[in-house]
Write a protein that binds this ligand. Structure first.
Ligand SMILES: Cc1cc2nc3c(=O)[nH]c(=O)nc-3n(C[C@H](O)[C@H](O)[C@H](O)COP(=O)(O)O)c2cc1C
Length: 321
């Protein structure tokens, strides 16, 4: 939430053709009563994209799943991991970990409403729950409701006392419990999430689980995504370098600016595109100081890119070789 959006996804899709991209969590209330096009509209070029819903009313979730399917999303995902206070007041997100039967009802209602896959993203437990009990309980209801996959953020959420930010770092990661869950349930697709920092690490985990979800590493260091297609899908990267990918974004930027989008709304997602290359800091500074000005045009990105000495060698797989 508040980090990724459709502009971010459009750019990430230029870096990898095969990765499944997710929206941020959108609540059922927002989908049903908000400005739907602004909240969940997207460009077909972003596909494949999954819509993540936040809610706990099966009927509302079913209605929103249908709306998502009609918008063209390829998967609907239920958030059972967000720990924020706002979410707790609404009785959804991570606090649903304490109500597995309700998770099952939600998934069953969504499955009955759409023909696209319905998945769940959960934690390994909350507060004083024993993950060895809480995680299998969620997996049981997910399987019984014919969920198509379970994405596990492999740490607890502590709902009392930790901020959402602290809840992404402080409870320790436990990958092993996720690997054991997968081993015990060969028929349930299990996706590992949490602390996966490199595409190489993702590849390693893929020997034990069906998929890996990367959050912060993908957002903060998007250049890593250029390694996904070569390393995980046996295909050439869409572009030879991060700079080429950024240049390919210019027509999209021009189109968006003509519709009233501000340049910074798009370029803010490109700040981490260069790392440890000459000019990376000047590039970031240019975007942070010039692209933020109202009326800034696509040429500002070109100016920033001109400050960087790009080289394909910064690609992760090349650097590791
Ligand atoms: C700013 C921010 C916003 C997030 N918003 C969501 C969200 O809307 N839905 C969700 O399922 N997870 C959300 N997460 C959690 C991530 O999806 C992920 O589970 C978590 O950061 C751990 O994975 P990572 O170490 O790869 O980032 C968010 C994380 C951050 C840092």
């Amino acid at each position: 939430m508040d980090w990724t959006d459709r502009h971010c996804r459009f750019f990430h899709r230029l870096l990898t053709r095969h990765t499944l991209l997710y929206t941020e969590m959108v609540t059922t209330g927002a989908v049903l009563h908000g400005d739907r096009e602004r909240l969940i509209g997207f460009d077909p070029a972003e596909q494949p994209v999954a819509l993540q819903l936040g809610g706990s009313d099966p009927a509302a979730l079913a209605q929103c799943a249908r709306i998502g399917a009609d918008f063209g999303y390829v998967e609907i995902n239920l958030n059972v991991g967000c720990p924020s206070d706002r979410v707790q007041e609404g009785r959804f997100g991570a606090c649903l970990m304490a109500e597995p039967a309700l998770i099952g009802d939600c998934v069953a209602a969504m499955k009955a409403a759409v023909s696209i896959p319905v998945t769940v993203k959960c934690r390994i437990g909350i507060d004083d729950q024993d993950p060895e009990v809480a995680l299998p309980a969620v997996a049981d209801v997910a399987e019984a409701a014919r969920a198509d996959a379970l994405i596990v953020h492999a740490r607890k959420a502590l709902l009392a006392g930790l901020s959402p930010r602290e809840n992404r770092d402080i409870p320790p990661l436990d990958y092993d419990i996720v690997f054991r869950l997968k081993a015990a349930r060969p028929q349930l697709p299990v996706i590992l999430n949490g602390g996966v920092a490199t595409v190489e690490a993702a590849r390693e985990h893929l020997t034990k689980v069906d998929g890996v979800m990367m959050g912060r590493a993908a957002y903060q260091e998007p250049w890593r995504l250029l390694a996904v297609d070569p390393l995980l899908f046996g295909e050439a990267a869409p572009f030879a370098s991060p700079k080429d990918a950024a240049q390919a974004l210019v027509p999209y930027i021009e189109r968006e600016l003509s519709r009233g989008t501000r340049l910074h709304s798009i370029t803010r997602h490109l700040h981490g595109l260069f790392q440890a290359v000459p000019g990376a800091r000047a590039y970031r500074r240019h975007l942070a100081t010039v692209a933020v000005k109202s009326g800034a045009c696509a040429g500002v990105l070109a100016e920033a890119l001109a400050l960087v000495v790009d080289r394909p060698a910064e690609l992760e797989h090349t650097a590791a070789a």
